[in-house]
Design a protein around this ligand. Structure first.
Ligand code: 25A
Ligand code: L14
Length: 333
């Protein structure tokens, strides 16, 4: 367990990645009490300099020996690095907040969204898992509805931006777009097909039953975060040619009747949510607007007339912030 201090020695592992960079930014913006910041990545990034509070911090190579004296480590360097290094860091007395999928479903590791299940932070043993980006933004919006009307089933379709895959995928969308506008051929590298001017109904690998790993993560992680195995979730995850912020179409069936107005009122006072729902004025959540923001935007709230107790809504949130770096820093706070 970490002792309470005025300031902490904080590390970011995977500091040069899309999420790692955002972690440094969020630590700075929120004025997290950092005594010293240490940045780690692979040997490719050794010696790079990243600014933190107007000072350059040099990126170091990650090894098994670096964790002595570090209080809190935010990991976002991929699942394999987390599997290898998180237990070593925890053993050295460091609290790891891990953004990969490596530890999320481990029964001994809490999986936390501070607006939803802060109580689960109490039982950590050195590693705390940060959920999948699509799951985080969905459970922030589901939790107040679940508390009020008990959710039985969720049907979700995601519209996920390329930044979720990392910096190389953002480059791929940028270059493919330019190539197509200049009548050049495109060669997909990061994604299995052309992503510019297209939608790909595949995120991560396919499992035997035809679902993708991303879809399975949304099902399992939602139950764990909400501490409720009875919620049935079915997901279709789609990659869209958007740089930043994921959107989701969510259909909810509840045990108790809840009206669209009641949902609007509930979500308006819920933490981490902004209701953005005035369709007659063209007001609804958009990924380009949610990008760079901290909150989950919720709109298009309406009753599903095909079932007794149903709600439809559309949400958008920044996948690198609430979906990753911000949620991790909120856990640290
Ligand atoms: O297993 P998971 O959980 O599914 O996670 C897989 C990947 O998903 C991203 C993250 O990619 C991660 O690597 N990710 C995880 N959770 C996410 C979430 N919630 C998420 N994305 C969104 N939302 P990323 O690209 O954002 O970050 C990668 C970081 O990891 C560092 N890293 C890689 N291997 C490492 C390592 N750090 C320490 N030890 C290792 N062995 C990586 O640093 C980056 O910080 P880097 O130095 O490897 O990369 C710096 C520059 O090099 C480029 N690059 C990356 N790979 C290659 C490469 N260049 C050439 N060849 C390569 N193979 C990068 O573009 C970067 O500019
Ligand atoms: O489980 O959009 O954190 O490709 C990392 C990659 C979430 C999706 C995770 C993507 C995933 C993300």
């Amino acid at each position: 367990m970490l002792k309470k201090k005025d300031k902490y020695i904080v590390a970011v592992v995977g500091a040069t990645g899309a999420v790692g960079k955002e972690m440094v930014t969020v630590l700075e913006e929120r004025n997290f009490p950092v005594e010293k910041l240490r940045l780690f990545a692979s040997e490719r990034s050794e010696g790079k300099i990243i600014n933190f509070h107007q000072r350059g911090v040099t990126v170091e190579i990650l090894t098994e020996k670096v964790f002595d004296g570090i209080d809190i480590a935010l990991f976002s360097a991929g699942g394999d690095r987390s599997l290898q290094y998180a237990p070593i860091a925890a053993k050295a007395g460091c609290v790891v907040i891990d953004n990969s999928s490596a530890w999320r479903m481990d029964p001994a590791t809490p999986l936390v969204v501070p607006e939803v299940n802060p109580q689960d932070l109490k039982w950590h043993k050195g590693i705390i898992a940060n959920p999948n980006c699509s799951t985080i933004q969905m459970v922030v919006a589901l939790k107040p509805i679940h508390d009020a009307a008990k959710i039985k089933r969720v049907v979700v379709t995601t519209f996920q931006s390329v930044s979720g895959t990392g910096s190389k995928a953002m480059d791929e969308l940028f270059h493919q777009t330019a190539d197509i506008l200049n009548f050049r051929d495109v060669k997909p590298v990061v994604y299995p097909h052309q992503i510019a001017f297209n939608c790909l109904p595949q995120i991560d690998k396919f499992m035997d039953d035809g679902y993708t790993k991303e879809e399975i993560k949304m099902v399992n992680e939602t139950k764990k975060i909400m501490n409720d195995d009875s919620i049935r979730v079915t997901a279709t995850t789609v990659r869209v040619p958007v740089f930043r912020a994921h959107s989701e179409s969510i259909n909810i069936e509840t045990e108790k009747k809840i009206t669209a107005n009641e949902v609007r009122a509930l979500l308006s006072k819920a933490p981490g949510i902004i209701v953005y729902d005035a369709p007659e004025k063209g007001v609804y959540p958009l990924p380009v607007f949610a990008a760079g923001k901290d909150e989950v935007y919720v709109g298009r709230i309406r009753e599903d007339h095909t079932i007794d107790n149903g709600i439809n809504m559309w949400i958008a949130a920044d996948n690198l912030r609430k979906g990753a770096a911000l949620n991790a820093v909120q856990i640290a706070e």
